[in-house]
Design a protein around this ligand. Structure first.
Ligand SMILES: [Cu+2]
Length: 159
């Protein structure tokens, strides 16, 4: 066997395990994509009311605002709250906070993940690890009055 061939085989042998590790790590980290549409037919609603997830699962939520109305009168966002939070109470506290697009810093302890306010035909996304603790984590649109008329849902962490 010539030495060049031996050297090439050694390189292949050294590289292969590295690649398989990279591929394995990549697939473990790939987020599961959850698509949500807000404002279909200009209704103050999400088209997904419940998101079942496994503890610690990596989730990418992609929110599309299907509304045709201007952002300042019919913007939509997506805010996931800590376990057992009161979505309507959060929305009420956030409603006056137009400067932060209804995601006030003073309420950040209540927020697990969020997608900022979107205008018509805009899309936004957020990737996060689902909480480890099983239970119900409410989500809502915090644009004034939207949550109260039902623009909310729940992320359910279940083993
Ligand atoms: Cu909304």
């Amino acid at each position: 066997m010539n030495s060049k061939l031996v050297a090439s085989l050694l390189v292949v042998a050294a590289v292969l395990p590295g690649w398989s590790l990279l591929i394995a790590a990549g697939s473990a980290e790939a987020p599961r994509i959850v698509k949500i549409r807000a404002g279909v037919d200009n209704a103050m609603k999400f088209d997904v009311a419940s998101i079942p997830v496994a503890p610690g699962e990596t989730i990418k939520v992609v929110l599309t605002n299907a509304s045709t109305l201007p952002k300042n009168v019919m913007g939509h966002n997506w805010v996931l709250l800590t376990k057992g939070s009161d979505a309507v109470a959060f929305a009420t506290a956030a409603a006056a906070e137009a400067a932060s697009e209804y995601i006030p810093a003073k309420l950040k302890d209540k927020i697990v993940a969020f997608i900022g306010l979107l205008g018509p035909n805009e899309a936004g996304e957020v990737t996060f690890k689902a909480p480890a603790e099983p239970g119900e984590y409410p989500f809502l649109c915090s644009f004034p009055a939207h949550c109260i008329v039902g623009m909310k849902g729940v992320l359910v962490v279940k083993k």
